[in-house]
Design a protein around this ligand. Sequence first.
Ligand SMILES: NC(=O)c1ccc[n+]([C@@H]2O[C@H](COP(=O)([O-])OP(=O)(O)OC[C@H]3O[C@@H](n4cnc5c(N)ncnc54)[C@H](O)[C@@H]3O)[C@@H](O)[C@H]2O)c1
Ligand SMILES: [Zn+2]
Length: 342
Amino acid sequence: MKVLEIHGSTSDSTILIGESLRNLQKYLPAGKVVIITDTNVRHYYSKDFPSREVIEIGTGEKIKDLDTVKDIYGKLLDLEIERSSFIVGIGGGIVCDIAGFVASTYLRGVRFGFVSSTLLSQVDASIGGKNGVNYRGYKNMVGVFSQPEFVICDIKLLETLPEREILCGFAEVVKHAVIGDADLFSYLEEHYEEALGLNTDVIEKLVYDSIVIKSSIVNKDEKEKGERRKLNFGHTFGHAIEKTIGIPHGEAVSAGMVVATSLSEKRGHLPVKDAERIKGLLKKLNLTTRPQVDPETVVDALRRDKKRKGDNIGFVLLQGIGSAVVEEIPIRELETLIKELF
Ligand SMILES: NC(=O)c1ccc[n+]([C@@H]2O[C@H](COP(=O)([O-])OP(=O)(O)OC[C@H]3O[C@@H](n4cnc5c(N)ncnc54)[C@H](O)[C@@H]3O)[C@@H](O)[C@H]2O)c1
Ligand SMILES: [Zn+2]
């Protein structure tokens, strides 16, 4: 097992990579504890849950909203959860986002932790203290910054995860490598087959290295004033496409990284051979690089991006593999590029 620390402004978070769900009990305080999980995770793993009250939610991005949050508040009230109680989310990014938001707002904040059960949530969603839900179809519009006391990344849980979900996690691993770690990128190029085969040692290294990158960025800029914006690499276009054709987040991010890579190359920041390596790695990992989209609809969604400032959008570009920079890009330029690429 490997351990990493995140230092948040209000509290710290301990990330345990390679720890097991079966040991969760060790990390729970005395007193009342409630588990929040989803239908699938409960189905596969309730046998390994500590014997505590369970609140089960459904699955899918649509349930990550304030209605689900309200239902959970009702159940917490029925269970007589107090400020001194503890909430633990066991699941993927959706469970963690909801559980973290509920815990941070109920009674103005109850202590909480996560057991992260998808690759995407282990390398990204459960790390960094952003917790929020969607509102009127806009992603993560309502939320808080607050750090879970612990995050257990149990690699064994990934064995039951559908392949498409695994690939989504790889998209975020590639993102971390291209924005901050050229060695991790080369390692992925060499070990992609073992990664796809879920080799435990390879996955543990990918999860650990990804979290090192994300946590070092979060430690510098928890509230996303500058450095943390780099974690949005591939996400501006990714979110636009996710909204337009409804493909999974990781696949949309993969396509978004292709756009951002091409733009970095066009603007003369990124050498052609690096751009080719990035596209090549995404393909090796069976990720989408050219989704079937209507360019007009995507441009329309970009215009409604949260990060838009007048005619520009803050866009993350690459200067090389392992080095990212944020630049204001005119929407017009993005429009031309998207029409060229798709
Ligand atoms: N807070 C953040 O910083 C942050 C960062 C990235 C993404 N996110 C959010 O994370 C969410 C996506 O997370 P996700 O990809 O983990 O999706 P998810 O939570 O929907 O999980 C994917 C699917 O896998 C199932 N599942 C989970 N663990 C399983 C397991 N071990 N075995 C079998 N099935 C399992 C789930 O029930 C679900 O059907 C999005 O809402 C996104 O906005 C948040
Ligand atoms: Zn993402």
